[in-house]
Each structure stands twice: as C-alpha cells, then as structure tokens.
Design a protein around this ligand. Structure first.
Ligand code: HEC
Ligand code: HEC
Length: 390
C-alpha cells in the first residue's frame, strides 16, 4: 500500500486533468477557498482560485514626500471588486460603480453627465479614480493632509462618498440598508465575506470598507514622470524639481514642465505630492450655476482635479463643458472669465482675468509634458476588471 498510493494518486490526477468533468477537489488548488465555496463563486464570477495581490506599489521617492504607510487587504479588495461591478447594488439593477467609472478610461466616464439608475443623469462630470496619493493620501482616515472627495470636496472618505453615491437618486438610488439586504441575499458574497471579515452576513460598514479597499488600490504612479522624479530624487528632494530639467525627459517635455511649473503648479501641485490647493476657481464662467465647494457670497469653487491620465478622462471640468485638452489650454490661454470667486493668481493687479497667451508651441510642449503623466497599467490589469459572468 505504501508504494501504490502515490502511483495511484498520480495516475488518477493525470487521467483527471484530461477530463474536464473531473472532481474540482483534485483539479484545482483549494487551499484558499473550499471546493464548495469556489463552486458557489464560480457560478456567477470569474475569480482566481487565490485572490490577486492588491498591495500598493508606489515609487520610492513618495516615501520621502508623504507618509504612505497604508497597506491593502487583498481579501477585502476582492470583495470590493465584486461590489464595484455589481449592478444589483442599484435600485433598477442597471448601474454599478463601474458604469460611471470605466476601467478602460482610467475609471472615468466619457460623457459630461453619466447615466444613473432609471436613466437619470448625474449633475456633475464623473471623476477619474486612481490618484490615491493626490486625492486621499489617507483613504478612510480623513485626517491631516488628506484631500477630500467630490468636486465640492464634500466627502472625506471613500466610505462616505460611496454611501452618498448609492443613496443618490440620480446614481444608484439605494440606501445602504437596501444594499446590505441585497448583498446578503446573493450567495456569492458569503465566501468573499468569510475571507474578508470572517462573517457570512455583512453589515453596511463592512460593505463600504470593502468598496473603499478596492477603490484605494487603484493607483496611477507608474508613469514616465514618476520615473523621472525617481531618478532626480537620487540626489535631490523630489519636490525640488521646479526650475530644473529632468534627465529622463526630452527637450520638449522639459519645456512643458517649465511652463507647467510657472502657470499651473500653483493649483495643481508639484505632481509629486498633493495639489497646491484643495479647491479653486479657474474662471470658466461669469455666472456659475453650480457653486461647488464655495458657497460664500456667490463664489464658486471646485476641487482641483488630478492631471494624471488626462488623455483618457475627457470631457473635462466639473460639468464636462470642455471636450478636449486643446480646449482646456485655449481656456487658460484666452478664455478665463471674471467672477467673484476667481482665484487671485488668475487676475492681474487691476483684478482683470489674466490671459496666459499660450502659443501653438507652448500648447504642444504642455501636452507633451501632460502625456508623461499617463499610467495605463490599471486600465489593462485583470484584477481591476469586471469579475461578473455575463
Ligand atoms: C451614475 C454615475 C456614478 C455611479 C454609479 C458612481 N459614481 Fe462615483 N462619481 C460620479 C460622479 C458624477 C462623481 C463626481 C460627483 C461630484 O463631485 O459631485 C463621482 C465621484 C466619485 C469619487 C470621488 C473622486 C474624487 O477624486 O473626488 C469616488 C471615489 C467615486 N465616485 C467612487 C465611486 C464608487 C466606489 C461607486 C460605487 C459605489 C461610484 N462612484 C458610483 C458618478 C458615479
Ligand atoms: C487658480 C488655480 C488653477 C490654475 C492656475 C490652473 N488650474 Fe487647472 N483647474 C483648476 C480647477 C479649480 C479646475 C476644476 C474647475 C471646474 O471644474 O470648475 C481645473 C481643471 C483643470 C483641468 C480639467 C481636469 C478634469 O479632469 O476635468 C485641466 C486639464 C487643467 N485644469 C489643466 C491646467 C493646466 C494645464 C494649467 C496651467 C496652464 C492649469 N490647469 C492651471 C485650477 C487651476
């Protein structure tokens, strides 16, 4: 017996791998999910037998600039991924987070206003997800140095943002108690909940935490710009790159970088850290219909958005009113309008709005620089894609 068992097992498994009908137990590694659990998951989901690693992978120069000591729990992120793509979380089962945050376009949407439940439209342009560092260094804690969410900076954490989004009648139209009921009635959430929270029945906070864990794991720091800062910061402090050329940039990219530093960085930041301002007004209108974050005396203010992955995130601005990047540069060049909230840095000494007067060459150089901020790795990665079977 001692000798025949391994031989028998070998024969058995090699024969079984030839037949697809063989028992799951022998075919796949069930060290993670039990075969019963994996069977339940596989009915509706395409998930790997062992969760993928969602750990954050920031360039090391960022360790000096900020305090990234966050870690992602892959079990929670896996649960969050399914929730993010699950249309059962909206009142008419037509919309998921991913309907307005599409993986292939940097988790943004390609229309000015997104379609929500019951074909209603959002009132602002969808924001791209992925700038974890710029837009919430400490996702979930809302403390020191964190940058709030939404165009009006009204949510401090992804949990809060998700709860508002779900309850918003124009978005998912389901309050968290209904979401909880639906999630707990779907069998495939049980094994995922067991792994993530050691429970078979999820509460609202756990659902929100899992969504936040997944959302937080979407980053965009694998860019030419980051490599150039990494290289620069071998001998310098990473945020001291203003006024200096990067060795890893072309002459045109460095010209664009110099223009960016003098004209844009005041608000959009050094890009190697946080934005220069949380909210501001860049003179889109004389009269704003939407005041965003600035409710004082008719002064409009909006979140200063990330400039990463811009080529994917059109249309631009809180109302999606500018269709192209050329249009944005033309706005800064000639189109800034006076209004009571207009940022001081965009007015001259007589309080008139400035014209940046960008030449064709200036615009091409700026775009060459902005294109160094593209990271399409998350747009292609399987672990960020829709896991639900059609
Ligand atoms: C119907 C479309 C729609 C759906 C569904 C939707 N979002 Fe959004 N999302 C938006 C819009 C529009 C904004 C900007 C709204 C605003 O600022 O007022 C936004 C903003 C955000 C932000 C803030 C980003 C930032 O930089 O401030 C996060 C995070 C986010 N959504 C995540 C999610 C998650 C997670 C879900 C699912 C629970 C979700 N969204 C569902 C349209 C949607
Ligand atoms: C005074 C602050 C300020 C300055 C200076 C500034 N911006 Fe902005 N920028 C903003 C604000 C605020 C918004 C959002 C405005 C809104 O939606 O109403 C914005 C939006 C944008 C957007 C749209 C992004 C999106 O996802 O919708 C782009 C692109 C942009 N700015 C590029 C630039 C460039 C390039 C420069 C320099 C030439 C620049 N900005 C200078 C404050 C500023």
């Amino acid at each position: 017996m001692k000798h025949t068992t391994p031989v028998f097992a070998f024969l058995c498994s090699s024969v079984l791998t030839l037949f697809l009908s063989c028992d799951d137990q022998l075919k796949i590694d069930h060290s993670y999910y039990t075969s019963e659990e994996y069977k339940i998951l596989s009915e509706k989901l395409n998930l790997p037998v062992v969760p993928e690693d969602y750990e954050l992978n920031f360039p090391s120069y960022l360790n000096n600039v900020s305090f990234i000591n966050r870690s992602i729990n892959s079990d929670k992120a896996t649960l969050g991924r399914v929730l993010f793509y699950d249309k059962n979380l909206s009142s008419d089962k037509s919309i998921s987070c991913a309907s307005c945050h599409k993986q292939e376009i940097a988790f943004s949407d390609d229309v000015a206003f997104s379609v929500g439940a019951h074909n209603r439209l959002t009132t602002r342009n969808s924001l791209a997800l992925g700038s974890v560092l710029n837009f919430q260094l400490y996702y979930g804690t809302g403390t020191f140095n964190s940058v709030p969410f939404f165009w009006d900076n009204s949510a401090m954490t992804v949990q809060e943002q998700s709860k508002n989004t779900m309850a918003n009648p124009n978005e998912m139209d389901m309050d968290i108690s209904k979401v909880k009921y639906v999630v707990n009635s779907l069998p495939y959430y049980k094994p995922l909940a067991t792994k993530a929270f050691q429970t078979s029945v999820l509460n609202g906070d756990q659902i929100l935490d899992a969504i936040a864990e997944f959302t937080n794991s979407i980053t965009n720091y694998s860019t030419k710009f980051d490599s150039a800062v990494e290289n620069f910061s071998v001998n310098n402090h990473p945020t001291s790159h203003f006024g200096k050329d990067f060795n890893l940039f072309t002459a045109q990219e460095n010209r664009g970088k110099a223009l960016y530093s003098s004209l844009c960085s005041n608000c959009h930041g050094s890009l190697a850290g946080q934005p220069g301002k949380l909210a501001s007004n860049n003179g889109l209108y004389t009269n704003y219909k939407d005041l965003g974050a600035g409710k004082n005396q008719g002064e409009a203010k909006f979140k200063v958005p990330t400039l990463r992955n811009l080529i994917y995130t059109a249309p631009y601005m809180h109302d999606g009113s500018i269709a192209t990047l050329d249009g944005v540069l033309e706005h800064y060049s000639q189109g800034i309008k006076y209004n009571p909230g207009l940022d001081e840095s965009l007015t001259d000494y007589k309080k008139n709005p400035v014209k940046m007067n960008l030449s064709k060459q200036n615009k091409e150089d700026l775009i060459a620089f902005l294109n160094t901020l593209i990271d399409d790795t998350v747009m292609k990665a399987e672990k960020f894609s829709d896991p639900l079977k059609k």
